[in-house]
Design a protein around this ligand. Structure first.
Ligand SMILES: *[C@@H]1O[C@H](CO)[C@@H](O)[C@H](O)[C@H]1NC(C)=O
Ligand SMILES: *[C@@H]1O[C@H](CO)[C@@H](O)[C@H](O)[C@H]1NC(C)=O
Ligand SMILES: *[C@@H]1O[C@H](CO)[C@@H](O)[C@H](O)[C@H]1NC(C)=O
Ligand SMILES: *[C@@H]1O[C@H](CO)[C@@H](O)[C@H](O)[C@H]1NC(C)=O
Length: 425
């Protein structure tokens, strides 16, 4: 939810700058000899990353293969078979266990093409299914680029309806519901659905996600962390709100009151993020209670933070968790107000009281072992994502029960002396 309010930097400006910068960078940094196999523009891994990317021998280091993700996609000659290979997508299920438990993902994005592609390739497995909701107000170049990538995979699609998403608005919830309608029709036998935003990154591998969701505690049960609505949150649903499309949500009139929720529902308050069973999603799309509650939620503040968790506390809902609380390790987030409690401060920086991770936040993220971590930016502290991405891919490939294909590697280990002679590159 909160992450929707990002930097207001125009996408085109950012894009233009990064292309210009990459060109300049490439021109000045291309070493003449020896010619490395890797794109020379790749940022090296941060020194702090070494403990997460151990080398097999001394003198050998990890080198990223290619990292011009954005300019690669914007190159219009791109072919799908080349794209999956050149962007290192995994093209076969890595185990029977994962193949037998397909997952569905809802990814809501509005900016940062590079982050989106890196997130997608981290969670992508051919047995899963992916609904991408692109904000209707995203620049058309961005929308076109997302469609282009998505069109390369038969199990990945852009939602059939897209919303102009407003921070804390009903549109954010509607975007998820749109994707659910599309996913409900999918002939892929997905078992659970999780939702992500463009600044998330997985911590668990697909195999670990499957095992976690099938664990005794969560098998056939929805994960919607949250508690009975605290008094401090009541204004969200007791007053009428109005969504100023694409801008913000305001209290309507002179603090006009709303009626109570339909069907005597007890209100809960939680997070916008979940892992839901397919039966629950069908219930949400078909039941009168869920339908009436959705309608009632239209003029509330940040309904995605009460809708799922409230429905998951009613008996009729499949997989419901009547006495559930905050349990469910969905996301590692460092909130500013939890400093000294669940974490010891943000090593990157706070944006709207949420930590944009730096590379020194990785030990905390990896230790917590939540399903996902939020948030990352490709402009501030890019080494954090480079490192987590490579650590994650190493883990995924190490757990594979099928032979690894060369194109699945994001980086390889090479003798560092090979690179030293190239003018310090
Ligand atoms: C795709 O890759 C092949 C083999 O590397 C190459 O010959 C071909 O030119 C590429 N196609 C495009 C459109 O880049
Ligand atoms: C793969 O995982 C095993 C077990 O966790 C570990 O012992 C091994 O070092 C890992 N191999 C690589 C190449 O990371
Ligand atoms: C790395 O290169 C150096 C010098 O070329 C060589 O002596 C050393 O054996 C190489 N190490 C590995 C692990 O290939
Ligand atoms: C190359 O650089 C690495 C560290 O950057 C250093 O440890 C290594 O000794 C260097 N090798 C040569 C042959 O200069």
């Amino acid at each position: 939810m909160r992450q929707l309010e990002g930097t207001k930097c125009s996408f085109l400006l950012c894009l233009g700058m990064s292309i210009i910068c990459s060109v300049i960078y490439l021109k000045t940094r291309i070493p003449t000899e020896p010619k490395p196999l890797e794109t020379p523009g790749c940022r090296p891994f941060a020194a702090e990353c070494k403990s997460f990317l151990p080398s097999l021998e001394t003198g050998v280091e990890w080198y990223r293969h290619d990292c011009q993700v954005e300019s690669y996609i914007l190159n219009s000659h791109m072919q799908c078979s080349n794209l999956t290979r050149d962007l290192h997508f995994i093209t076969r299920p890595l185990s029977r266990e994962e193949e037998d438990y397909p997952l569905a993902f809802i990814v809501t994005v509005h900016k940062e093409l590079e982050l989106f592609v890196r997130l997608l390739r981290a969670i992508y497995m051919p047995q899963n299914v992916y609904c991408i909701h692109v904000d209707a107000k995203a620049p058309w170049e961005y929308q076109a680029a997302v469609r282009k990538i998505v069109s390369c995979f038969e199990n990945t699609f852009v939602s059939s309806r897209s919303e102009t998403v407003t921070y804390a608005g009903f549109s954010r919830l509607q975007a998820d519901v749109n994707c659910m309608r599309d996913l409900a029709k999918s002939n892929k036998g997905w078992k659970k659905v999780v939702n992500l935003c463009g600044q998330d990154f997985p911590v668990k591998s697909n195999l670990e996600l499957v095992r976690y969701m099938q664990s005794k505690e969560w098998r056939d049960r929805n994960m919607t962390p949250g508690v009975k609505q605290p008094a401090s949150m009541r204004h969200r649903t007791e007053l009428q709100h109005r969504e100023i499309i694409g801008s913000h949500v305001a209290v309507r009139g002179f603090k006009q009151k709303k009626g109570p929720p339909p069907h005597n529902l007890q209100m809960y308050f939680g997070t916008a993020y979940y892992a839901l069973t397919r039966a629950f999603v069908d219930f949400v799309l078909k039941s009168q209670i869920a339908h009436d509650f959705l309608e009632w939620s239209k003029d509330t503040f940040s309904p995605d933070e009460h809708y799922w968790v409230t429905l998951n506390h009613i008996k009729e809902a499949p997989g419901s968790h009547i006495d559930g609380g905050w349990e469910g390790d969905i996301r590692a987030i460092k909130w500013r107000d939890q400093e000294g409690g669940s974490h010891n401060g943000c090593k990157g920086h706070y944006v709207r009281d949420i930590c944009i991770y730096g590379v020194e936040d990785l030990p905390w993220i990896i230790n917590r072992n939540n399903m996902f971590a939020n948030k990352f930016e490709s402009t501030s502290f890019p080494e954090a994502l480079d490192c987590l991405e490579q650590w994650h891919r190493n883990k995924v490939l190490n757990q594979s029960l099928v032979p690894i294909e060369a194109s699945w590697l994001l980086a390889t280990q090479r003798n560092s002396s090979y690179f030293n002679s190239s003018a310090g590159a």
